[in-house]
Design a binder for this molecule. Structure first.
Ligand SMILES: Cc1cc2nc3c(=O)[nH]c(=O)nc-3n(C[C@H](O)[C@H](O)[C@H](O)COP(=O)(O)O)c2cc1C
Length: 180
């Protein structure tokens, strides 16, 4: 049984964009991926596929050619590992049609990403969810074709920064309404 208060833990989670020049152990990456695949998915279809990019030249190429146009210069200052979170839509389309492709696969991969993001601090790791990249170019570099699509990247490394809880969250009154 985990004794850490989940609410405190969620408050502490932050996107980390500065990493130490320290290798991330393969068993820690594997643990993150194990956490990812524990996520719920539509009909338990588990459409996620993960590419762990360990080759520093390919990481640099992805950053330079697919992300740098999106103000991602922080990444080129040392991103130890990149995980490409992909999805295979074949089965989910067979089962759920367009809704599977347009909606469920996005939600399924997002749930897996959030599991990874939340597990990282328990291993002393920091992460950042990356949605801004040139998808076509990234797929070319990683040699991926349909039915595989890259939904996001996650940067992973040992944090070089310690951030406090984010204070700029909207008040519940701005985002919640009750239907009585
Ligand atoms: C779908 C999605 C896409 C994101 N894309 C990027 C990105 O491309 N680059 C980046 O630096 N951060 C990205 N982020 C991280 C957000 O900027 C970050 O979560 C947000 O500012 C809140 O900060 P926090 O995670 O520290 O609470 C993304 C987050 C999500 C959920």
């Amino acid at each position: 049984m985990c004794t850490t208060d989940i609410f405190d833990f969620l408050q502490q989670r932050r996107s980390i964009r500065k990493y130490k020049d320290k290798e991330v152990e393969p068993e820690k990456i594997e643990r993150l991926l194990e956490a990812g695949v524990l996520a719920p998915s539509a009909g338990n279809s588990q459409p996620w596929r993960f590419k762990v990019i360990e080759n520093q030249e390919i990481i640099e190429q992805l950053i330079e050619e697919t992300m740098s146009a999106y103000n991602a210069t922080w990444m080129s200052k040392g991103t130890p590992k990149l995980i490409a979170v992909c999805g295979n839509h074949t089965k989910i389309v067979d089962k759920y049609g367009e809704r599977g492709k347009d909606l469920y696969i996005i939600q399924d991969t997002a749930a897996a990403i959030q599991n990874i993001l939340l597990t990282a601090p328990t291993l002393g790791l920091g992460t950042c969810w990356i949605g801004a990249f040139n998808e076509k170019k990234a797929e070319e570099i990683l040699n991926l074709n349909s039915p595989l699509r890259i939904y996001s990247f996650i940067t992973v490394g040992y944090p070089k920064e310690k951030l406090g809880p984010r204070t700029s969250r909207k008040d519940l009154s701005e985002v919640v309404s009750y239907i009585k």
